[in-house]
Design a protein around this ligand. Structure first.
Ligand code: C5P
Length: 410
């Protein structure tokens, strides 16, 4: 097992925090504290918009260093010119990254201090998007984010949930603690490139399945699909040809991923097998184990005190894929959501289903599991295991795909 490090996660790092003009700018204040707690020294640069939401003075008090607000400040330029500041940084963090700021970064603008710093730095850049969910999901924003990702920019969040305007959806700034965790997990500058999955086909199943009881009711579960979608997105970013077989979820299709929507376990089974042959199968879906023998043609009436459902087993997609003779498969990965004896049950499943790897997490604990944005999990394979401490699912997915790519090579 990989031991947890006792050193502050960002010890000695010089972080330039660029604050964009959105309501989430107030959370950037806490981010400064968290970054410093993690051992980093922080200098802050603000856009004009950011200064409408929070004051430079607040950032100065928390960072303990002067805050830069303009390209045209002669006194500040004399103390540390903006190019010097861009060189000072070991890494640049943009939080909140608004839709407009992301667009300007994607297009290489240099019309204000923050955009200029991001263009001038050679340090790795991480952006933490925050905006209205419709702006986030707009193809223009998604294309800009993909362009930045393609240039090696780390994208942290956004998270799904209530937004400042009273609506709900993907667009919330990640929590400061999650941003620090994601920064700590990102490869440091100069690290060797991460393993790539170019030329490989990856099939991922995600989300719940719904088993219809009658025309209005179904048996379902609380899987959100977030983990499987994040895995598909990560594999696609590493160059894989990805087919994502998705149960009923409300999540946008990750860029570069071919999505097949299904409802029942049987439909998921058929869609997965239609997507084979593949090099890697990752079964992240929470597939129903039982389905009604015969769904009722009409709505079931409440005519008696109790109702017994006649259920039959669904096909075990994962076990069937692992046993399939479609020769090209090199790695079959399953998931195990357990409420107790996680390691024991996970290893039993690894063997029983003849998997190459199983990823287990404990459900029913606060801050993890099905509906959460964060999770903690452990991957097991025949002669090893790796623990993934609690982190946003997007980060865990990235780390897991990296492990999968490593195991593929070994
Ligand atoms: O046995 P259990 O359902 O706990 O195993 C979970 C793993 O098996 C997950 O990877 C899930 O996607 C997969 N599974 C499946 N088909 C089923 C049941 C589970 O592929 N019918």
């Amino acid at each position: 097992m990989v031991p947890a490090s006792k050193e502050p996660a960002l010890k000695g790092q010089r972080i330039l925090l660029c604050v964009g003009g959105g309501i989430a700018a107030y959370k950037a204040l806490e981010l400064v504290r968290r970054l410093r707690d993690a051992g980093a020294s922080v200098q802050v640069a603000m856009t004009d918009g950011a200064q409408q939401f929070v004051t430079a003075l607040s950032f100065q008090a928390l960072s303990g260093l002067p805050v830069r607000t303009s390209l045209w400040d002669a006194a500040a330029e004399q103390a540390m010119g903006h190019l010097e500041l861009a060189r000072w940084a070991d890494r640049v963090v943009v939080a909140p990254a608004t839709a407009d700021l992301i667009a300007r970064l994607a297009h290489g603008h240099a019309d204000d201090l923050v955009a200029t710093l991001c263009l001038a730095t050679t340090a790795p850049i991480s952006i933490c998007p925050a905006m209205n969910h419709r702006m986030w999901l707009h193809p223009a924003t998604q294309a800009n984010v993909e362009a930045l990702r393609g240039r090696g920019v780390q994208v942290i969040g956004p998270e799904d949930g209530p937004l400042a305007e009273g609506e709900s959806g993907p667009g919330r700034l990640s929590e400061p603690a999650d941003i620090v965790a994601a920064l700590a997990g990102a490869a440091p500058a100069g690290a060797p490139p991460r393993p790539r999955l170019h030329g490989l086909k990856v099939v991922v199943s995600a989300g719940p399945t719904y088993e219809d009881l009658d025309p209005v009711r179904y048996l379902g579960n609380r899987s959100s699909g977030k983990m499987g979608f994040a895995i598909a997105a990560s594999a696609a970013r590493r160059g894989a040809d990805v087919v994502l077989v998705a149960g009923p979820v409300h999540l946008p299709t990750p860029a570069g991923v071919k999505r097949v929507d299904v409802r029942s376990a049987q439909q998921m089974h058929d869609a997965v097998f239609a997507a084979l042959p593949a090099d890697i199968y990752i079964g992240a879906a929470a597939v129903a184990d039982y389905t009604p023998r015969e769904p009722a043609a009409n709505k079931i009436k409440k005519s008696s005190e109790s109702l017994a459902l006649d259920l039959v087993r669904t096909p075990d997609i994962l076990a069937e894929v692992a046993a399939s003779t479609q020769g090209r498969l090199r790695l079959v990965v399953g998931f195990a959501a357990e409420t107790e004896k996680v390691a024991e049950y996970a290893r039993k499943k690894l063997e029983a289903k003849r998997l190459d790897m199983i990823v287990a997490n404990r459900v029913g604990v606060a801050g993890g599991g099905f509906e959460s944005d964060s999770n903690a999990m452990t991957a097991y394979w025949a002669d090893g295991e790796r623990e993934f401490p609690s982190a946003p699912k997007t980060q865990l997915a990235d780390e897991l795909v990296e492990l999968i790519a490593e195991r593929l090579k070994s």
